[in-house]
Design a protein around this ligand. Structure first.
Ligand SMILES: [Zn+2]
Length: 197
């Protein structure tokens, strides 16, 4: 395979990028300064070498524990569960949440073969165990899609028997929309108006 074909194939595996777009990106790289291509290459290598999921919450981090999990000023008794790591940033930008997070890495989707085992649920169960007794409330901030709701109901069923208060973000977040695209005020209102499931 030629170098152009190889990079085109890799880029077209990214979400939202088809083979045509990928090929156009490769040609743009080739037309520009060689230094830009080397910088991109180095950035990718550093990403692969330095970033891993936080061992507590699953958020991406360059340390074993992410900045939020290792910050003693963040309240460990309240966890906000999100589907994807980039959604942590969306909630952080509101400045309204002082607890910690848990990143599932997706949502339940039986048709695609994604059950609890495929998600970061095991560590959530460890963090919320009665022996550890650390977590009093879990806010479920999965998306307002069918899969996000099903995931919320599943988590409620496993967490509530542990004596944990399980809340869901208030409505106001448009159905089917990722937190990433919702403005900060709406997220802050949904957090403040969260209701017990
Ligand atoms: Zn963490």
């Amino acid at each position: 395979m030629s170098a152009i074909d190889a990079l085109t194939a890799e880029l077209s595996r990214l979400p939202g990028i088809g083979p045509k777009t990928a090929l156009r990106m490769v040609h743009n790289l080739l037309k520009g300064p060689r230094d830009d291509v080397h910088r991109l290459s180095r950035a990718l290598t550093e990403l692969a070498q330095r970033v891993r999921p936080c061992q507590q919450c699953g958020n991406f981090s360059e340390e074993p524990d992410c900045e939020i999990c290792s910050n003693p000023r963040r309240d460990p008794s309240i966890l906000c569960v999100v589907e994807e790591a980039f959604e942590v940033g969306a909630i952080e930008r509101t400045g309204q949440f002082r607890g910690r997070y848990h990143v599932l890495g997706g949502h339940l989707s039986p048709l695609d073969g994604i059950g609890p085992e495929e998600l970061n649920v095991g560590t959530l169960l460890e963090r919320t165990s009665q022996e550890r007794g650390e977590v009093a409330e879990v806010i479920i901030a999965t998306n307002a899609s069918v899969e996000g709701e099903a995931t919320a109901v599943y988590l409620e069923n496993v967490l509530r028997p542990r004596g944990i208060k399980v809340t869901r973000l208030a409505r106001g977040i448009p159905v089917g929309s990722d937190l990433e695209y919702v403005d900060g005020t709406t997220i802050a209102e949904a957090l403040a108006g969260r209701r017990e499931m």
